[in-house]
Design a protein around this ligand. Structure first.
Ligand code: PRE
Length: 252
């Protein structure tokens, strides 16, 4: 029995060596494509091309190629955007939704700091606010920033209050570019009016409260930002595309 297993494992090792060789060959081409895209200002993620490749396969093989292409995007992104992308801004500006799409398109890991906080405390943020108060939450937020800012190649969506604390901005800056998502108070109101999970807005979301809070924070948001992107008339994909395009151009 053991002999059979040993033999089969030797065969697997031989297969893996061949796979690795081909994988490295493919990745060298991906690198060349990356340079070509850079030169011509083309996006990293090409959904049409990926669909064309994926429709050739089904089941596990499709998964396999899907993962290879994610690694390829990550590789091009690492080369072209060698820093974390950190989304900051007021609630309702789309940080979580845009962050997810950005991470996908760049083949990166995504972390939503509010979600990470909820997982850590085992309850909703608004529940935690009620029981422990805002300052306990801000302390937890700082701890999470300390943890996640040391990683590389991430997309990080911050809670709306994160950059109000200067030490958070400093930490996030060491490994990332801070991208501020903006929206008019009316847009934010429309996006949040039925949302009861925003403790700093109270139980009933009001336009006036949004305006006041936004006013008091605007300066700090702007001061922390490397890049400012307006989201009023854009969907999530359009916003993500604009962020990548402008970061690639080295714009601010
Ligand atoms: C590749 C990677 C990313 C794109 O989304 C599409 C395809 C791939 O791995 O096949 C290569 C590539 O960058 C490209 O063909 O444009």
């Amino acid at each position: 029995m053991m002999n059979v297993l040993d033999d089969l494992r030797k065969k697997i090792d031989a297969c893996d060596r061949k796979l690795l060789e081909l994988f490295e060959e493919r990745m060298a081409i991906v690198d060349e494509i990356g340079r070509c895209k850079r030169k011509h200002g083309l996006p990293i993620y090409d959904p049409k091309r990926e669909a064309e490749i994926l429709q050739r396969y089904t089941g596990d093989a499709q998964q396999f190629f899907s993962e290879i292409m994610r690694l390829s995007r990550a590789r091009q992104a690492r080369e072209l955007l060698p820093y974390n992308i950190v989304l900051i801004g007021f609630m309702g500006t789309g940080k979580s939704a845009v962050g997810k799409v950005l991470a996908h398109d760049l083949g990166r890991e995504f972390v939503d700091l509010d979600q990470a906080a909820e997982e850590r405390i085992g309850m909703s943020i608004s529940g935690f606010f009620k029981i422990q108060g805002e300052s306990a939450f801000r302390a937890l937020e700082q701890e999470l920033v300390r943890e996640f800012a040391v990683y590389e190649g991430m997309v990080i969506a911050c809670g709306g209050g994160v950059v109000l604390e200067p030490s958070n901005v400093k930490r996030l800056r060491q490994t990332g570019r801070l991208v501020l998502l903006e929206a008019e108070p009316e847009t934010i109101y429309e996006r949040l009016k039925n949302d009861t999970s925003r403790p700093v807005l109270g139980d009933q979301v009001q336009l006036e409260t949004i305006k006041k809070l936004l006013d008091s924070r605007d300066e700090k948001y702007k001061r922390s930002a490397d890049l400012v992107v307006n989201t009023d008339q854009k969907n999530v994909q359009e916003t993500a595309d604009e962020i990548i395009r402008r970061l690639l151009q080295g714009e601010s």
